[in-house]
Design a protein. Structure first.
Length: 130
């Protein structure tokens, strides 16, 4: 993970869920299913430079509250029949995780994300979500 400066906004398209750490650390975790849905429904053109993003936002409170996660990408090749959501990530400084993450590693990623956010290492994102 590293801090990165985003010089211009990015529009991310995909699917989202509202969840919390209690749910994600149980067999009812929603995030693995979210990524499976995204991976099977959205054709990402990596060769053309499209990239995939997991965006955590709308934190209710601390590590015990609800938050939203969007599994998405920065491309435009979305099948018309899909109900796609959008979030705009404004220019700013962000904590970036660059890795191919297996579902079994999600609890470790969550721990790192929440540790960084609630120890004030990451600025809050007040993006627009449609």
């Amino acid at each position: 993970m590293e801090m990165r400066q985003l010089s211009s906004p990015i529009d991310i398209k995909g699917f989202s869920v509202i969840t919390n750490n209690h749910t994600e650390f149980s067999p009812q975790g929603k995030i693995p299913t979210l990524w499976q849905k995204f991976d099977t429904a959205v054709p990402v053109d990596y060769k053309a430079g499209e990239r995939v993003y997991g965006v955590y936002f709308n934190y209710e409170s601390d590590h015990t509250g609800d938050f939203s996660v969007l599994a998405g990408f920065d491309g435009d090749s979305v099948p018309e029949h899909l109900k796609i959501e959008h979030i705009t990530i404004p220019a700013g400084k962000y904590l970036v995780f660059r890795d191919k993450v297996k579902c079994r590693k999600l609890p470790l990623i969550h721990g790192a994300i929440f540790g960084a956010i609630f120890h004030k290492e990451v600025p809050s994102m007040k993006g627009r979500f449609q």
